[in-house]
Design a protein around this ligand. Sequence first.
Ligand code: KG4
Ligand code: ZN
Length: 364
Amino acid sequence: MRYSTNTQSVLALETSCDESAVAIIRQDARQLEVLASEIASQIKEHSKWGGVVPEIASRKHLEALPFLLEKALSNSGKKIEDIDVIAATVAPGLAGALMIGSITARTLAAMYGKPFLGVHHLEGHLASVFLSDTDRHPNPPYLVLLVSGGHTELIQVFGAGIYKRVGRSHDDAAGEAFDKVARLLGLPYPGGPAIEQCGISGDPYRFSLPKGRVSNPEGGFYPYDFSFSGLKTAMLRLVERFEASGDEIPVKDLAASFENIVAEVLVERSLKCAIDQGLKTLVMVGGVAANKRLRRMMQDQALKSEIEIYLAPKTFCTDNAAMIGAAALLRLECKKLESSLELGISPRWPLEESGLLYQTPPPF
Ligand code: KG4
Ligand code: ZN
């Protein structure tokens, strides 16, 4: 496949879970420009069932993609012939959902003779920080706190595509905890924005809540790991206590206190990890990174610890296709590589192995 030399544009598809998304982005020198970013959320469909229904997700992706493609092309002013590269999320995620984006992208790549790049969803989240419209970008090595509905991880980035996970949640991801606690408080899905909104006028210090440490069988605790199950149980006990007493449940104070303790845990452990590992730069990405209280706390505390902080732009924290396009362009920047059209999808695949997506024969 031939690549144009200077400016590169990519058409990217994201269908790993419950957002169908198509974006067109362009790279000029080191700057990424989002020409179009279209998202069709399926949240309403799934909230009726209390969680994501894989079968419905696949069907909705199939219905939405042609319209999103048309809208992205028309909003970007590009024709598909002008695009240099086609990319799609291929792992991890719901198998049927991933398949829809991947097969659409591979079909377009084959039809129009464009290179295809399969992208790891988490690498997409990591790349979202480069979508800020400033030219201030993090330089490796740096530490990333990736906080989403499926993951809560601390990842060291040594260079393009070179990662090491140094911390993780042993049970729920932070976003999952937001979603479950929101349901407990009678708030809608997704729980993160609902708790944020509800807690605005609440007292974040009214309830004392646990910070969830993970014991190391050899003694002490894992310093950079997370656990949110104890916190969830503590929230349940508080709600039960109010229900039993017949008092009105102080939903605003409960929401604010929960949000505050999650933010404190994420900030404290991330900064400790960065300092211990001698890293001067910290990046925060993923759906939960859209949370205002968390963003403010992270910025304030990083400043005090003399750690340079980079936050993904709020619009690109939750799932979107622009971040998938950004990850593809960053892969292309360091090496002129592409994925085999035989590359399939994988519901689980470690981020550290994402380089294998560009090997022939493909790993899956
Ligand atoms: O990154 P994302 O869109 O999907 C995954 O890859 O998981 O993250 C979705 C998660 C949901 O759990 C949602 O409740 C949470 O991000 N979230 C938030 C906020 N916006 C989304 N959590 C806290 N505050 C928010 N403002
Ligand atoms: Zn995601």
